[in-house]
Design a protein around this ligand. Sequence first.
Ligand code: ATP
Ligand code: MG
Ligand code: MG
Length: 566
Amino acid sequence: KAGENPQIDPEIMKKHLEITEGQVITRFPPEPNGYLHIGHAKAINVNFGYAKTHGGRCNLRYDDTNPEAEEEKYITSILETVKWLGFEPSKILYASDYFKELHSMAVRLIERGLGYVCHCTGDEIYQQRGGESMGPRTACVHRERPIAESLEEFKKMKDGRYAAGEAILRMKMDLEDGNPQMWDLVAYRVMYATHHRTGNDWCIYPTYDFAHCLCDSIENITHSLCTTEFTQSRKSYYWLCDAVEVYKPVQWEYGRLNVTNTILSKRKLLKLIESGNVSALDDPRLYTLPALRRRGVPAAAINGFVRELGVTTAKTNIEVGRLESHIRDCLNSIAPRLMAVLNPIKVRLTNFSGTLNFEVPFKPRDPTFGVHTVPFTDTLYIDASDFRTVDSKDYYRLAPGKTVGLLYAPFPITCTEVVHDENGNISELLCRYEDGSDGKPTPKPKTFIQWISDCPSRGSPIMLNEVRIYNGLFLHPNPYDKTVVPGGWLSDINPNSLEVVKNVMVESGLYNLIHKFATDVGSKDKFANGNFEELRFQFLRTGYFCIDKDSIIPNEFIELSHKLTS
Ligand code: ATP
Ligand code: MG
Ligand code: MG
């Protein structure tokens, strides 16, 4: 069918094969107008993955044809993100590299009688295209103007003799076609904007419809892989390559990926920032790739998630839980374990004195993670949530008269007395260390809790100013659904999406982890540059954490970590 299976001129094909030597060449073509998000991770895996599977190459091409929206900082961030996901572009290119070539192709289009300069307003064009009902189309008066006149008018556009909106270049396609992408699309428009790479060289810029297929063609892309919203555009894509008589790649479509419980649209992300609901585009509650990275999510978890979904044409809204389960699996295998106490209560052992040293694994049953030493003294801290003044049968942690195990310690403790201060708040728990020293049999605990000894000479506890716990940003899986969220997506914000816990205690094993990260060949540069997100750990019984990039690790702390570890 016309426009469906590209028939390629044998001469053009021969030249193409000489250049590519028959290799597959794909491209990932982001517009540098924002950070990449979880949906782009699919596009990246599809394009780089398809090329890799076939022994080919994949270019990173910035689709920078709209200077009003694009910024240098996004260019940097996009490349960093692609590399972070583990992909190395074969070439880094810009649509703006081809502005001259694209302009010549536009001239060629006019010369071949397949393009014309039009002065209709947006509304007039809308009416010509059949208005709301997309009814019968009408040609405008400029459509049949002489080729020479269009060439001259196009030059005037380029020379800055028209204001924005006064003239556009349109493709002379097929108004009878049922596909709206064939109704004389706009190819070039006048825009007085400074481009981040070409400055003020141009005041006309090609549209996506014009530039995309021709950039693919110039780069000898073999497979132009894009999302299904472009299925109708396949026809105009092929039409334009044929119209200017250039090599024509094959376009294949795949379904866009979305995840529940979040939003990805750039405009809405900016609204979230403006309204103060999140701090930045890389706020760890968002699903931009820099946000996920900052949150400590491993790239392998994202790639694993995307690959498991596979490539189909279905547009999917995948439950965020599926991504989370990849993240947990990944972190489970790479994150060392530490004990941390978020809300400390003091425990004093009345029948113990001195200091013991326990050798504790960073990951139980996995010797490759190594071990560290944890001091044990008569003063410990446990988490307030592991103690209750009123016991009950189904409760297994600490309460008056009750025994609980301490992770990694050989013996449990039993609470013998609760001491209150003058305000009636608990000031400490008096406990017996059940090591059998007083001749009593050691009770068997039903569960084990984390704890941290007070032993300043061994660097215990480490005090953290602040720990951040992130919960879903939205209350509903689909904040867009007006039937569930009548007030609109912005009214669906979870008021507890960020919990900040102050003055958290961590066991001294954190010194070992910091020392290792700051000195290992693979990570020391990251550490020096303040990129700590790979410094990840599990706080036992609490969750996974990493050190956020806005953290300040004092020099004394780093020095102490080297001293205590060596
Ligand atoms: P937006 O409308 O949010 O700007 P876009 O599709 O224009 O999205 P680009 O930066 O131009 O964003 O996208 C680069 C590539 O990534 C394109 O090939 C696009 O089809 C693909 N892509 C974008 N979003 C998704 C998604 N949610 N799922 C899969 N692929 C996507
Ligand atoms: Mg875009
Ligand atoms: Mg785009």
